[in-house]
Design a protein around this ligand. Sequence first.
Ligand code: ZN
Length: 176
Amino acid sequence: MARSSSRSNDWGFPRWRGYGGEHGATKVRLCDRHGCDKPGDRPAPKSPNSPERWYFCEEHAAEYNRNWDYFAGLSAEEAAQREADERRTSSGFAEQAHYGWAGPGDGRWSRDEMRAFETLELEVDADFETIKAAWRRLAKANHPDVKPNDAAAAVRFQAVQAAFEILRSAEERRPR
Ligand SMILES: [Zn+2]
């Protein structure tokens, strides 16, 4: 127990030790394999797409590689290309989500206001008479008196009310 708790103290950090005697001039990174005191000079990726590396001695690198086939059959260049592709794909999603809000009215409408148009099933920039008509229609269709005991309708009713409040106050703030 004492042994494993002392091991966990340096978990995740490189283990360094003077190698070749107490007064040895060189510091050597040790093999990351538990309990191994050989120099760790064989880097191996910790997980797919991770730039982090374990450093193993020759024997333990071979052992690790036997149980590791993510990059099996890929050259170093192909493995790097795979990493780059996956990174590009995920940042592409982020950009798309951002530009999803650009469009009509961009810059004049806040995100909440643009969502409010969407809730009222309107194009952004619909005029206030159109907004009022959509609000009346949707509020009526989802009203608790019309749809008693309909939880989904109750949620839509609330959302329609909130959306109208947002657009009404935007209309009041609008310079004439
Ligand atoms: Zn080792």
